[in-house]
Design a protein around this ligand. Structure first.
Ligand SMILES: NC(=O)c1ccc[n+]([C@@H]2O[C@H](COP(=O)([O-])OP(=O)(O)OC[C@H]3O[C@@H](n4cnc5c(N)ncnc54)[C@H](OP(=O)(O)O)[C@@H]3O)[C@@H](O)[C@H]2O)c1
Ligand SMILES: [Zn+2]
Length: 591
């Protein structure tokens, strides 16, 4: 890429000029909360869902509940006639996110109804509350392993001919993980899943452990749909086994033929006269049970096909998740559990050998190779917000989202991994237009709408305010200036912290970066991650360079020396990581 603005060139889109842009749009801003690797952002505006635009991950908008309370026609676009396991996209990752519940997860009702059945085996409901007006219901759940299972009372007589069920007894109290699921139904219906205050931070076991104890109802629904067509349980089971990867992703690692027999038997009570049959193309073979008839198509064909269908449901600008190691970045990234007063700040940009970030002011310049571009998107996924100056917005019209496969809008849930774009625009020079990339990205469910930081004197037309809010963005007015009548960075960072932002990646441009590399800001900046490109852009380029410094005797001195430096080759680039802040961050009880 390029870095901040790599986005555009992929779409061959022209850079926006000031005259192109006008303002409009809006909706209430909620806070972004992210976890470290599996970040699930509160989807501030599910505008894409509300407007019936493309849902993240091909989920059908009008999917609603069937009589069993399970999603109907979920991911119908993905279903294949011969395929029994029609998992919603990214089910494996999303099951893990919903199991771990590291941070509150806010999703749309449709997404909740799609994914919850695949994780409901973990939870046992304790109680429910609803608000007086009935708009908000809260269900409290505990981990299944918290509840003991009891022996069947020996005093109760069993019906004639019935053997006692062999039920395993569990002591209970093994895991103290508890969550609440808050459903809010209004103009923007959302569901928030969060740990309760009394819960432990993590489960005392992994997800496999639960999948072994109990099957989830999403998976059982796949079996039920086949059973009600009158197929033999062993035939259904054989077909399930033909898709081992999908079965495992849906939590079916320990799925047995007995599970299918149980659902089938329930249906048979009402339909005893139906003669159960194997699927077309399958037959009973002595010693092997139900098997596929010879010459009736190969398993690998159907697997390849289903993979292709899944891939084709992702937007064309999806980037594959980096397959090369990025752990060298870890020491420089925000720590998940750190409680701090101000957000973690990472400066990240791409620079030429002569420390230029673009050929000319206002000219987007490609400096990152494909690997560094993936790294930038990975870094975006690891921060709650991405901040740039208005100069960069006007020059590059960036989308400022994360386009890695698995991010919200790219196969992920809600606005998962999507950072909040923040633009410093003190006088309101950016005339935000619905066609600008940041708003288009938000409408398409592929990112969040921006927050624009303005000075007290900025005149924001109410219509512009309403327009931005309508897209899920907002204006943040900062009241504090420094001696040069520039907005105080500390005040900007404090305002972001108070809006729930725990980490910010600052991507540019030259003015913003050069200012923040001055020693007076060293206490606010945690890390710097620079992509160095093997090129000289020349002296007319936009520089990143802090003010020159002198020591007490007046001798010229280096302006800034990052600590704990690491250089890592990445394709044609080298990545320089370093630490700037020397002291531990000022921590407080603000989370
Ligand atoms: N290679 C890379 O990694 C990379 C990344 C990003 C951008 N870029 C390039 O950088 C260039 C843009 O850089 P730039 O220096 O022109 O613009 P910029 O740094 O993006 O924005 C500068 C403007 O932001 C506002 N601003 C920043 N800090 C402020 C503060 N503390 N208080 C008040 N206002 C503040 C000011 O707006 P006002 O003038 O309205 O007061 C200032 O002029 C583009 O060519 C772009 O392609 C390259
Ligand atoms: Zn547990």
């Amino acid at each position: 890429m390029v870095t901040s603005c790599e986005d555009e060139e992929d779409e061959g889109q022209e850079l926006a000029s000031v005259s192109d842009i006008e303002a409009l749009g809006n909706q209430p801003v909620r806070l972004a909360i992210g976890t470290i690797d599996e970040r699930v952002a509160l989807s501030s505006a599910d505008l894409a869902l509300q407007n019936g635009a493309i849902l993240p991950s091909g989920i059908s908008r009008d999917s609603n509940l069937n009589l069993d309370g399970l999603p109907n026609s979920r991911h119908s676009s993905l279903s294949q006639p011969d395929c029994l396991i029609n998992n919603p996209p990214n089910i494996s990752r999303i099951r893990r996110v919903m199991f771990e519940c590291k941070d509150p997860i806010e999703i749309s009702l449709v997404e909740f109804e799609t994914y919850w059945p695949f994780i409901d085996n973990v939870w046992v409901k304790q109680r429910s509350n609803s608000s007086k007006e009935g708009h908000c219901t809260t269900d409290y759940y505990m981990c299944r392993l918290r509840r003991p299972t009891h022996r069947t009372s020996e005093t109760r007589p069993l019906p004639e001919g019935k053997r006692p069920r062999k039920k395993r007894v569990r002591e209970g109290g093994i895991c103290n993980f508890q969550i609440k699921v808050v459903k809010f139904e209004g103009a923007y219906s959302t569901v928030t899943i969060a740990r309760t205050p009394g819960s432990s931070r993590v489960h005392s076991h992994d997800l496999d452990y639960i999948d072994k104890v109990k099957r989830n109802s999403g998976l059982m629904e796949f079996a039920r749909r086949e059973a009600v067509k009158g197929y033999l349980p062993s035939s259904i089971y054989t077909k399930f086994q033909e898709e081992p990867a999908k079965l495992e992703e849906a939590g079916g690692k320990f799925f047995t033929v007995t599970d299918v027999r149980n659902v089938s038997a329930k249906w048979r009570i009402q339909n005893p006269e139906v003669k159960l049959v194997p699927h077309d193309g399958y037959e009973y073979q002595k010693g092997h049970g139900i098997v596929r008839k010879r010459g009736s198509g190969s398993d690998s064909d159907s697997l390849v096909l289903s993979d292709a269908i899944l891939k084709s449901s992702l937007p064309p600008d999806t980037l594959s998740f980096p397959q090369f190691p990025l752990d060298f970045l870890e020491p420089y990234l925000p720590k998940h559990d750190e409680r701090r007063h101000l957000p973690h700040v990472t400066l990240s940009y791409a620079s030429s050998m002569d420390s230029k970030i673009s050929l000319l002011p206002g000219m987007q310049t490609v400096l990152s190779g494909p690997e560094a571009k993936l790294m930038t998107h990975y870094l975006r996924s690891r921060h709650d917000a991405i901040l740039i100056g208005v100069g960069t917005v006007l020059a590059d019209n960036p989308g400022l989202n994360c386009r890695l496969e698995g991010a919200g809008g790219y196969g992920g849930l809600g606005r998962m991994w999507q950072p909040r774009p923040v633009v410093i625009d003190p006088t309101g020079r950016w005339s935000i237009h619905p066609e600008c990339r940041m708003l288009r990205t938000a409408v398409e469910g592929k990112g969040k709408a921006p927050w624009v930081v303005v000075s007290p004197g900025a005149r924001i037309h109410p219509q512009k305010l309403m327009m931005l809010k309508g897209y899920g963005g907002d204006f943040l007015r900062i009241m504090e200036y420094n001696q040069d009548w520039r907005l105080r960075w500390e005040a900007i960072l404090r305002a972001l912290a108070s809006e729930g932002i725990k980490s910010v990646m600052i991507e540019g441009g030259g003015t913003v970066l050069s200012e923040l590399l001055n020693p007076e800001y060293a206490d606010f900046i945690d890390s710097i991650i620079v992509t160095v490109a093997p090129t000289y852009l020349g002296s007319s380029g936009v520089s990143v360079s802090p003010d020159s410094k002198r020591d007490k005797e007046g001798k010229p001195n280096a302006a800034l020396n990052p600590k704990d430096v690491r250089w890592m080759p990445l394709g044609q680039n080298v990545i320089m990581c370093g630490r700037i802040r020397t002291e531990r961050p000022f921590t407080s009880n603000i989370e």
